[in-house]
Ligand binder design. Structure first.
Ligand SMILES: C[S@@+](CC[C@H](N)C(=O)[O-])C[C@H]1O[C@@H](n2cnc3c(N)ncnc32)[C@H](O)[C@@H]1O
Length: 179
């Protein structure tokens, strides 16, 4: 192996290790691992959301961005996702490019973003994070904003609709709230 090949391979390996480390640290720090939603769950959430063209849609912790991209493809919504972990963030940017979807993917802590213009918010987050978000939703979101949670519910809020887990279809519990 030539010195140049060795150097290039070492750089690629170092970048890969850094990305893995960054993702592991982000998952530890924000206490939510990257677990992508299955496409059938995304489709079910979108059918609940009843999106209209131009609505502001957010995915808090957007992972690889597929929810935003499907939402955009379905109803040309104005979709934004926040993702702090480097590997899912890069996957989301790649997916956005491949699907030519006009969605925004930001490497930003969603707790630092004001959600006042949200029409629909999607969350696939753990109960502790949802509990921390509850007051933010109540303080910032307009009346009528839909919040849809995959698997975990927001303690202290009453959902307007619950899709009950179905082992046959692989659909988990889904909770929809309205502010
Ligand atoms: C369970 S995954 C869900 C990914 C995507 N929403 C989906 O359903 O496929 C949750 C993601 O939220 C991200 N996350 C957790 N806390 C965050 C925060 N405060 N700001 C931005 N991203 C966060 C994690 O890095 C992780 O990738």
């Amino acid at each position: 192996m030539s010195d140049t090949t060795y150097l290039v391979l070492s750089i690629i390996f170092a970048c890969f290790v850094l990305l893995m480390l960054g993702t592991a640290l982000a998952n530890l720090f924000y206490r939510v691992p990257y677990v992508p939603s299955k496409m059938r769950v995304i489709k079910r959430v979108l059918s609940l959301a009843k999106l209209k063209k131009g609505q502001k849609v957010y995915d808090l912790g957007c992972g690889d961005g597929r929810f935003l991209i499907e939402a955009y493809k379905k109803a040309q919504v104005d979709a934004t996702g926040f993702e702090m972990a480097p590997i899912p963030y890069l996957l989301a940017q790649l997916n956005k490019y491949v699907h030519k979807a006009k969605v925004r993917i930001q490497m930003k802590n969603f707790f630092k973003y004001n959600l006042r213009d949200a029409d629909v918010i999607f969350c696939y987050l753990l109960p502790e994070t949802l509990a921390d978000l509850k007051d933010k939703f109540l303080n910032e979101c307009q009346k009528g904003t839909k919040i849809i949670c995959h698997t975990f519910q927001i303690e202290g809020l009453t959902p307007v609709k619950v899709v009950v887990k179905n082992k046959k279809t692989g659909i988990p519990n889904i909770y929809m709230y309205k502010i």
